[in-house]
Structure formats: structure tokens, C-alpha cells
Design a protein around this ligand. Sequence first.
Ligand code: NAD
Length: 286
Amino acid sequence: MTNIQRVTVLGTGVLGSQIAYQTAFSGFEVVAYDINDEVLEKARTRFDGLASTYVADSVAGAADGKAQEALGRVRFSSDLADAVKDADLVIEAIPEILDLKKTTYAELGKLAPAHTIFATNSSTLLPSDIKDSTGRPDKFLALHFANQIWKFNTAEIMGTADTDPAVFDSVVEFASAIGMVPIPIHKEKAGYVLNSLLVPFLNAAAELAADGYAEPADVDNTWRIATGAPMGPFQILDVIGLTTPYNIMSHGDENTKRFAEWIKTEYIDKGYLGIATGRGFYTYTK
Ligand code: NAD
């Protein structure tokens, strides 16, 4: 049982809308905050789309009215003070720009009740990069979801040295309460668990193909057959979409930059961006 009851999500983009909707779907009252009413209008459409997706993906209970009921538990607000006034937990999913996050937390720290916990969904920033701007480092940590959280339901929880262990534990309980598998991380690590494993794995696969050692399909075959894994690295890249891995690789060392260039010229420049475009390393039919 979690002591967190009222949740506010900042940002209604790709991840923020999923986090807010999944939380409402799990029975919590949620406030979805974004910068203005125009963005919130788009968010309503996004939330309606999620309700349909939950039904289409046969999420338990979705087709029996739960998907629609969840929409009734979401309140939209473009006024930050109003959005957070009753929050036990604020989950932040605004753009991955450090200065924007810091300014937002500075404002949030002044407006939210003293007991409110703040959690960032940041993928690449460490919570200690942000904690001082919150004004309450003991009540701040990272709660990191994966895209399509109703299917890929890990929630990586990572505090700083200042995070109160009781706060950490209550966020672990909350993550379970909204249907996630909580992954507690005991000290700060860029990339959390998942990306600490996945990024080197995908880089190794890119090296094999970009440097001409083996075809992508044969790399995938090797991985699937020899380990029993359901997908190989190039299938995973197609699911992620090639643009994000390209961006990550372009910021790496000389080798990873070379792999990024290969992905760009052979795939991205030809419009092969992954499953979303019907073609990436593989071709997909709807
Ligand atoms: P996005 O661009 O889709 O959405 C960002 C939203 O934040 C937009 O609706 C925007 O209007 C809003 N916003 C901008 N400034 C704001 C402010 N000051 N206050 C409140 N809202 C504001 O971004 P996203 O992909 O949802 O990513 C959000 C966060 O989630 C990032 O930190 C990212 O690292 C993390 N994340 C993303 C993914 C992913 O697959 N997209 C996965 C895990 C974590």
C-alpha cells in the first residue's frame, strides 16, 4: 500500500502522457500539467489515443470500461501552482534540457506543499545534476520509465546521496501500485540499469555490421539462437527507432561516431527509421 495518493505529472509529451494515463488507469487521481492550454488540447487527444491503445493491446480491464474511466481521473492544468497544490508526488517529464529542468524545479519547490516528493523521468541527466534546484534534495530522486509503459513496465528508481530512504521506499511502492516492476538502483549511474546494458550492446552490434564483419540479420540470428533471447540488437534498434540511437552514437567516441555515420547513410538518409516508418534494418507490413 502506498502513502502516495495524488499525483501531478509535468509535461504531457510522449512519456508524460503515458505516465499520467497509466497512473490514472491504476486508480489514482492525476493532474496533467503543461505550459499552455493549446498544448493541453493536444494532450487530450493523446490521452484518448492511449485509452484506445490500451484496449487494442488488451491491457487487463481496458475493454471493460477501465480505459474510459481512467480518462475521468485526469485533470488538466496549465497553472503550475494549481496543478501541484494537493500533490503527494510530482513526476517531471519535461524536455531533456538541464537549464529548463532547473528553472522548473526552482519554481516547483516554491509552489508545492512541503511534503511533496519530486521525481524526474530524465533519461540522461543524473538526479544530482538537478537536486539543488529543487530546494528539497531529501525528497527528490529519479523515477525512470520506458516508452510504452503499459507493455515495457520497468520503473528504475535512483536517488542521490541526499535522498531520504523513506522517500525512496515510498516511490518504490508507488511504482508497484501503478503496475510497474520497480528496479531500485542503490547509487547513481548514468544510463540506470537498462541503458548501461543496452547502449554497449547496441554499439557492439553496430560495429559488427558497420565494419563489415557480419550482416545485421546474421548478428540477430546469432544472438537469438545462442542465447534464447526473443530479439536481436537490430530488431531492438528498429523498435526504438534509429534516430535516438544515432544521436547517442554521434556523441560518443571516434568508433561510435563511425557507427552513427553508417546508420545515417545506409538507413536514416533513405527514410528507413525503424518499425514506425515500415522499414529499418527489416521491412514491416502492417
Ligand atoms: P516530449 O518532447 O514528447 O514532451 C515534453 C513535454 O513537456 C511537452 O508536452 C512540452 O510542452 C512540455 N514542456 C516543455 N516545457 C515545460 C515546462 N517548463 N513545464 C512543463 N512542461 C513543459 O518529451 P518526452 O519524450 O516525453 O521526454 C520527456 C522526459 O522523459 C525527458 O526527460 C526524457 O529524457 C524522458 N524520457 C523519454 C523517453 C522516450 O522514449 N521519449 C523514455 C524515458 C524517459
